[in-house]
Design a protein around this ligand. Sequence first.
Ligand code: GDP
Ligand code: GDP
Length: 441
Amino acid sequence: MSKPLVAIVGRPNVGKSTFFNKMAGKRISIVEDTPGVTRDRVHADVEWLGHSFTLIDTGGIDPKSDDELLSQMRAQAQVAMDLADVICFFTDARDGLTDDDRDVANLLRRTGKPVLLVVNKIDYMGLNDQMYEFYELGLGDPIGISSVNMLGFGDLLDEIIRLFPEDTGEAADESSPIQVAIVGRPNVGKSSLTNRLLGQERTMVSDIPGTTRDAIDTPYTAEDGTSYNIIDTAGMRRKRSVEDESLEHFSVLRSVAAIRRCDVALLLINAEDGVTEQDTKIAGLIHEEGKGVVIIVNKWDLIEKETGTFEKYQKEVLSALKFMDYAPVLCISAKSGQRVNTVFQTVKAVYETSCRRITTGVLNDVLNDAMNALQPPIQGTRRLKIYYATQCDIQPPTFVLFVNDETLMVFSYERYLENYFRKTFDFTGTPIRFILRERKK
Ligand code: GDP
Ligand code: GDP
């Protein structure tokens, strides 16, 4: 069900971000209006000939020396090999083949994943000759493109799509466990929390690698009989020697895959640091994927408290993550165990709200109340009319609004409706979405 992941790897300056940005187009989301998230997006949804996939830019390499360049490139390749269904290895026709390219190609050749060798900066046909030396890498026929001029994109996209795995079409059924991803920056306490949550369980069943390679999956049944599957993104780290964990960027990338296959994400934040830019980025991924979320402020034992500290902290977290102000915030200590017992019940509540269905009758009553309390916007002489609403999906709850003219909808009114719905129905911890459909009266 989830879309294939395509990762871009390669040295700095070969043109990865130029390619990524051209592919990502101009789609602007709420998240990107938030400072800190705009600067480097890590993933974009792409459509080509009826296939959709997610492109991730593994960029983020900022080496201080040649040695560091190599180790960061290896780490980048490792992340791509773990996560992606197809890897695009970018090289640069102007620089020609470099030793670093050779080194990374050696790693990539050993993966079972399909790798496409891309030679960028073939800005006009005459440069095609420069592609031949790249055959030496043993990664098949090089594909020449120009990211600046968008040349050769069609051929590359055709190849990418050809390499996608068959859709197994496996769907979650009612009895399947709630998938919980534990995500956050390095050292926020993901492993400590996982150990706390799983207790003895973990030593018995853990370290069974999950169905994918981004994390370790551990099944868990709570006292009330609810089954969970804990997707532990920190667990993998202990198995890697090559990866430079000092690069928070890679931990963000790792969380992409875990977030995509979860029902509810536990976003861990370090109480001492507050919300950082990387936290915002991970939060943005969760929101854009439409997943349920519980924000967990860990290391609460290290905060000096007086009356009102919790409320104040909670407010600060939600105002730093404005686009996610629907999330419950728990302040816990994985170390002492304080309030860890509230985590599963909160996850379950969020899971249930994300699966909530509102009947069409009730929904339209509430919609009418909302429109009576605040009239839809006017542009010029024309007022937005919303004739009818119906819920078309869950996870996240998604509502189709039938309107006279979708261009009359403004962000602030959509936000108003969202808040009105949230006030009426409990949607704690889940994003909700609106789809507009024009209907001639
Ligand atoms: P990254 O570090 O791999 O993400 O590389 P960038 O996308 O930042 O590109 C590095 C430089 O190469 C920039 O100055 C780009 O304008 C330039 N560049 C990228 N693609 C092309 C291309 O197809 N042709 C030419 N001539 N320059 C390019
Ligand atoms: P991860 O990288 O996110 O998996 O973080 P770890 O679970 O490895 O924790 C990083 C460090 O923070 C370790 O030294 C932990 O002992 C410490 N730590 C984790 N949770 C807490 C907590 O609730 N309170 C305090 N004081 N330290 C913690």
